[in-house]
Design a protein around this ligand. Structure first.
Ligand SMILES: Nc1nc2c(ncn2[C@@H]2O[C@H](COP(=O)(O)OP(=O)(O)OP(=O)(O)O)[C@@H](O)[C@H]2O)c(=O)[nH]1
Ligand SMILES: [Mg+2]
Ligand SMILES: [Zn+2]
Length: 323
């Protein structure tokens, strides 16, 4: 139950929120306050986390570096620490493992687990100590299975992976936070519904390359400020990596294209809005914004304005108005 005050402030409590509760009986209570959040995500829908464990599987669903890089970029853009967890290590072949190890070489925390055999589960538990972590990743990767393996008292629902398509069936529907004890310490771990679609619409094109951690030492040496490492001359990054084969650079280009498209759309939208807004100053220095009306409505509106504008106080010059 929620108290009126919170409803009025339009705060919708999320999993992970720190809240104040007023007891209404021995077993029930109402939330009377939601404390300020240190961070919050909408995918998964959770607040106040220390880290995201990105869970992908080696096989069914098959590992995909584009998805991994997108998850990494997305969470880093929220300034949230990431751990990469590759599950179903019982099905992992050596050449794929070699490829994935690249992520540990460039400095990411990388853990291989098998919820089936228990391999790597203790390594993962070690990373969860005294932290609030959320497992996020594609459906069917084994997030719920991992949590069940971490604590056998938990019986989270586990689903099949479609035999033909090799994709999960979206078994987990809600974010749920569990507290587990390990080495006499508390760990909070959240399960979440699988997803693979992520929009990068909160990221600026010029900042994207900073979310590819191995690019950072080169970025500041590019000749152009805000180099996009695309067609620019004297791009130090491009000179120092194998741009034809570096899969992370190729993924970078795909994301960059996506973001540039989003930026283009935002720009046309905002210039359309700007073209339709007339700003004029009041005597107190504040601006008033008025939306321009379409041609056919202007005559009517001029009459209306002449009648009513005098009533508006403190406008510098009525002659300025051209609606
Ligand atoms: N071979 C193998 N199968 C696994 C492993 N972990 C999970 N699975 C299987 O993968 C399937 C999906 O597991 P879930 O735990 O439901 O996956 P999930 O990531 O929670 O999926 P959603 O809730 O849909 O997001 C189930 O059939 C599990 O038995 C593993 O380590 N090895
Ligand atoms: Mg699940
Ligand atoms: Zn560059």
């Amino acid at each position: 139950m929620l108290r009126e005050k919170i409803k009025k402030a339009s705060i919708i409590p999320k999993v992970g929120d720190i809240v104040e509760i007023e007891k209404t009986s021995n077993k029930t209570g109402v939330i009377i306050d939601v404390k300020p959040r240190k961070n919050e995500l909408s995918k998964p829908n959770i607040a106040n986390i220390d880290q995201v464990v990105i869970v992908l599987s080696s096989y069914k669903p098959d590992f995909n570096s584009l998805i991994l890089d997108k998850f990494l970029v997305f969470y880093q853009s929220y300034n949230i620490d990431c751990i990469i967890c590759i599950n179903k290590s019982d099905l992992l072949d050596n050449s794929l493992k070699e490829f994935i190890n690249y992520y540990s070489n460039i400095g990411y925390k990388l853990i291989y687990t098998s919820a089936k055999t228990g391999d790597g589960i203790d390594d993962l538990k070690q990373e969860l100590l005294e932290k609030v972590s959320v497992l996020a990743g594609v459906s069917g990767a084994g997030k719920s299975s991992i949590i069940n393996r971490i604590d056998s008292n938990l019986k989270l629902k586990v689903g099949d992976v479609s035999e033909n398509l090799g994709i999960g069936k979206h078994t987990t529907r809600y974010v749920s936070l569990q507290m587990i004890r390990y080495k006499n310490k508390n760990c909070f771990i959240a399960d979440s519904p699988g997803f693979s679609f992520i929009e990068l619409n909160n990221i600026e094109s010029k900042k994207l390359s900073y979310y590819f951690r191995e690019f950072i030492p080169f970025i500041n040496k590019c000749e152009m400020k805000d180099c996009l490492h695309l067609h620019e001359d004297n791009c130090f990054l491009k000179k120092n990596i194998d741009i034809e084969n570096n899969h992370r650079y190729l993924n970078y280009l795909k994301f960059l294209n996506e973001i540039l498209e989003i930026e283009k759309i935002k720009k046309t939208k905002s210039s359309k809005i700007e073209n339709n807004i007339k700003i004029f100053k009041k005597s107190d220095g504040k601006n008033i914004k008025i939306i321009k009306l379409p041609e056919e409505l202007r005559d009517k509106s001029r009459k209306f304005i002449n009648q009513n504008l005098k009533k508006l106080e403190k406008i510098n010059s009525i002659d300025d108005i051209d609606l």
